[in-house]
Design a protein around this ligand. Structure first.
Ligand SMILES: O=C(O)CCC(=O)C(=O)O
Ligand SMILES: [Fe+2]
Length: 395
């Protein structure tokens, strides 16, 4: 039996305090954890559905997001089914994948951690890998990360393989329609992102379809976020100050508010007041680097000042992992030659190493990357020392 505050029965091996119980063992032994997870997820998904309802038919780019509307309808049904399942204690068993999970999956529910602090950037170019700092305040949020481009098979090394993994989600019979609705919404966000990028391409003096060549096997994360109200502003935050590291982020937020953007000119935080029927679009570090900061990445954070819980749904887009992202390389005049280490994958890897999600190369104690055969079913591509994905408080 577990000691401390946990009465769950463990396998009897080793120390059995609440904090050292392995979720899988607890779930196996009692089924309780599974039930709790299901309840938690049902709340998250219900609120996600509410956020969807607020999604507008018309986005910032005048793009009609019919898919998002349809997906909202499907999700309403899916959430109801999930709740029913929760009541009957028939929850899915494996769709929460804790970070550092042996299965190495890169998506799934990322719980609020008891110790984790977000990382933040002290500059706007994390692409150089050295500017990530530890925040002193803890993020008070949880999320469900899913693969935003499930059809894409990114090619490259371990980062590409990590992102190419399927999402950890309830099975169809556990939550009918949920996967389809997520995919439909993500596909719509991908279309919208491409539309926005085509406008940017023209601003940069390129043909409208310029970015398409870099988006044939992209990487994207579709995230469902839930924030609790903050109780102590000294020690807690929604998400710490950061820039997203990819190309761009299309974000739907509810009406609670809390997203803030840094005005680089006067150093003040500006509230990104929710506008009904609008998406927020953040530019990421890769776009900043590619344009030599002609397009700046958005420094933002979430400080939930309301007593209400907050929900948001960002869609983060990165290009093909082998896209060369040289500093200023996308500017038509004076194309900078790409140097080794300039691919999107190199940049992501540097970021993960600098933020501690990936151990430095050759670090003492750094576990060796598992061989493919050791990776297990959930890590079909063999995820090494990655603590999977969440673009942490980065993204
Ligand atoms: O929830 C939000 O509004 C922003 C979330 C965010 O910035 C992130 O996850 O990178
Ligand atoms: Fe962000």
């Amino acid at each position: 039996m577990c000691r401390a505050r946990c009465r769950r029965r463990c396998s009897g091996r080793g120390p059995t305090t609440r904090w050292t119980c392995r979720t899988s063992e607890v779930a196996e032994a009692t089924g309780v954890d599974r039930f709790l997870r299901l309840r938690r997820m049902s709340r998250l998904i219900r609120s996600f559905v509410r956020t969807f309802r607020q999604l507008v038919p018309t986005s910032a780019a005048g793009h009609r997001a019919r898919g998002a509307d349809r997906a909202a309808g499907t999700l309403r049904g899916a959430a109801a089914a999930l709740l029913r399942a929760a009541l009957q204690r028939q929850g899915p068993s494996a769709w929460r994948c804790p970070r550092r999970a042996p299965c190495g999956a890169t998506s799934g529910w990322v719980a609020r951690t008891s110790t984790g602090c977000s990382t933040r950037t002290s500059g706007v170019d994390k692409a150089d890998g050295q500017k990530v700092q530890k925040q002193s305040r803890k993020d008070k949020k949880e999320s469900l990360d899913t693969n935003g481009v499930p059809w894409s098979i990114p090619s490259g090394g371990s980062v590409a393989r990590m992102f190419g993994q399927p999402s950890v989600l309830p099975e169809e019979d556990e939550l009918p329609g949920f996967r389809a609705a997520l995919e439909e919404y993500a596909a719509e966000m991908f279309r919208l992102s491409k539309k926005l990028l085509s406008i940017m391409a023209r601003v940069l003096g390129h043909p409208a379809d310029f970015f398409d060549q870099y988006l044939t096997a992209p990487v994207a994360t579709h995230r469902l976020l839930h924030y609790w109200p903050l109780e102590d502003f000294q020690t807690e935050i929604g998400v710490g100050e950061h820039t997203d590291y990819g190309l761009l982020t299309v974000l739907a937020q509810d009406t609670v508010g809390g997203l803030q953007v840094l005005n680089a000119k006067d150093g003040r935080w500006v509230h990104c007041v929710p506008i009904p029927n609008a998406f927020v679009v953040n530019l990421g570090d890769m776009l900043a680097r590619w344009t030599n900061h002609k397009f700046k990445s958005t420094i933002h954070r979430v400080v939930t000042i309301s007593r209400k819980e907050r929900y948001s749904v960002p869609f983060f887009l990165e290009p093909n992992m082998d896209a060369q992202i040289a500093l200023g390389g996308i500017l038509p005049a004076g194309e900078a030659p790409a140097a080794p280490g300039d691919t999107a994958e190199d940049i992501l890897e540097r970021f993960y190493r600098a933020s501690g999600q990936l151990k430095p190369r050759g670090a003492a104690g750094a576990p060796a990357p598992p061989r493919e055969s050791e990776a297990g079913a959930g890590a079909a591509h063999g995820q090494p020392s990655f603590e999977p994905p969440p673009r942490v408080s980065s993204q």
